[in-house]
Design a protein around this ligand. Structure first.
Ligand code: GLY
Length: 408
């Protein structure tokens, strides 16, 4: 971020469509460049942000076959400590960032073999992880159950997505951003330029730059059958449903690091938060991965499997209380990487499709937008190339872009 924002007159007004953690981070970075910012969302933070556990896991969630995605995730993770500090300063609220590291574990012999294979892929890719004896792992985390294998991913940290969203809301209010509780129904063209969005009350929100950061809300703004004369802006986002379970633990739960593992082949993670002053704390167990319709009522079998597998890794979870089960769809692209950058149509910038990595990649996405607004080249330009929207040119669902009577 520039220390001194450029004069307001040089920065376009920005409309951010979508008020989840990615949208609000974009809005906050834009506001810090001096832009007048409006955020449009009927229920800010109630999408994937509400379910996310907040793992910042470029190593634990690395896809060995996608080197470019791993580089993007590492660059995203590197931005988190500074982002968390600046956000806490600006808002007076903690985003819940904790540089605690993650234990990777395997429950049975098959899971141990799988963990060995994963550690081999880390070594090949130059990612930091270290095999541990189970005794050493239990010395680090006394609450660990009878696992067959363990390793440490020292750079996989965590943040609290709901707390981050609250802090962003405060920081944006302080920065003078406007928030409108309405849904965008379509994006509007004037000539060949996007000039804003119409909301579900029929109001046109004009802006010099419109940022589509609507996550799953992006899908409603797309079509397979665009008008022949309309520009084609591919936004091939589908929902991959996941549920997370929030538990409340008492002071006796001795768990510092996130525990991520496999139990008889099924992936599960246990994310403890720092204790509150009274010693209680939130623990999040996640997550299912279901290619089903975008429904919010969790499937009982999914919840059952998460709790069964989590307690196999951390038996003391039996003593926690159940707070909530949240299910949301992750906005996911065909290659699992987000769409971040210019859309190819003047006036429209994309920040959507973050899939499993919305919290991890929110700061790098916001920083890329700030670079766009100030005419600088993004510091992470090489890593961000993996998220360039142009890679889907000519493929899949396209944004519906229409001329508006009021702008024609
Ligand atoms: N990043 C964790 C998940 O999507 O489940």
């Amino acid at each position: 971020m520039p220390a001194v924002p450029p004069p307001r007159s040089r920065v376009p007004d920005v409309l951010v469509v979508g008020g989840g953690v990615v949208g609000l981070t974009c809005a906050w970075y834009a506001a810090r460049t001096g832009a007048h910012v409006t955020v449009l969302d009927p229920a800010p933070g109630d999408g994937a942000t509400h379910a996310a556990a907040g793992m910042l896991a470029p190593v634990g969630e690395a896809e060995p076959d996608d080197v470019a995605a791993t580089a993007l995730h590492l660059a995203g993770a590197a931005r988190w400590p500074g982002f968390a500090r600046e956000l806490a300063d600006a808002s007076g609220a903690e985003p819940g960032f904790e540089a605690a590291g993650t234990l990777l574990v395997g429950y049975d012999a098959g899971d141990r073999d799988d963990l060995r294979r994963v550690l081999g892929t880390h070594e090949t890719a130059g990612l930091r992880s270290a095999s541990l004896t189970v005794a050493d792992a239990r010395r680090l985390e006394p609450a660990l159950g009878p696992v067959a294998a363990a390793a440490l991913a020292p750079d996989d940290h965590r943040a609290d997505p709901r707390a981050t969203h609250r802090a962003l809301t405060v920081a944006l209010a302080t920065a003078g951003a406007r928030r409108v509780r309405a849904a965008a129904t379509r994006l509007v063209l004037d000539g060949s330029r996007v000039v804003g969005a119409v909301d579900d009350a029929g109001h046109l929100h004009r802006a010099g730059l419109t940022v589509l950061a609507a996550g799953m809300g992006s899908v409603a703004l797309t079509t397979l059958h665009e008008a022949p004369d309309a520009p084609h802006v591919p936004v091939p986002v589908r929902g991959v449903v996941g549920q997370t379970v929030r538990l409340e633990a008492g002071p006796d739960l001795g768990l510092t690091r996130t525990v991520r593992g496999r139990v008889q082949g099924r992936p599960v993670y246990v994310v403890p938060r720092a204790p509150r002053p009274d010693g209680t704390r939130e623990v999040v167990v996640g997550a299912t991965t279901e290619e089903t319709a975008d429904v919010r009522r969790p499937r009982t079998g999914g919840t059952f499997a998460l709790l069964r597998d989590a307690r196999a890794l951390v038996p003391a979870l039996d003593e926690t209380t159940l707070v909530d089960v949240t299910q949301r769809a992750r906005p996911t692209t065909p290659d699992g990487r987000p769409l971040v950058g210019p859309s190819g149509v003047p006036g429209l910038w994309l920040a959507t499709g973050h899939g499993r990595n919305g919290v991890l990649l929110a700061p790098i996405t916001g920083a890329a937008l700030a670079a766009e607004l100030t005419g600088r080249s993004p510091a992470d330009a090489v890593a961000l190339a993996a998220a360039a929207p142009a890679r889907f040119a000519g493929r899949g669902r396209s944004l519906t872009l229409e001329h508006d009577r009021r702008t024609a």
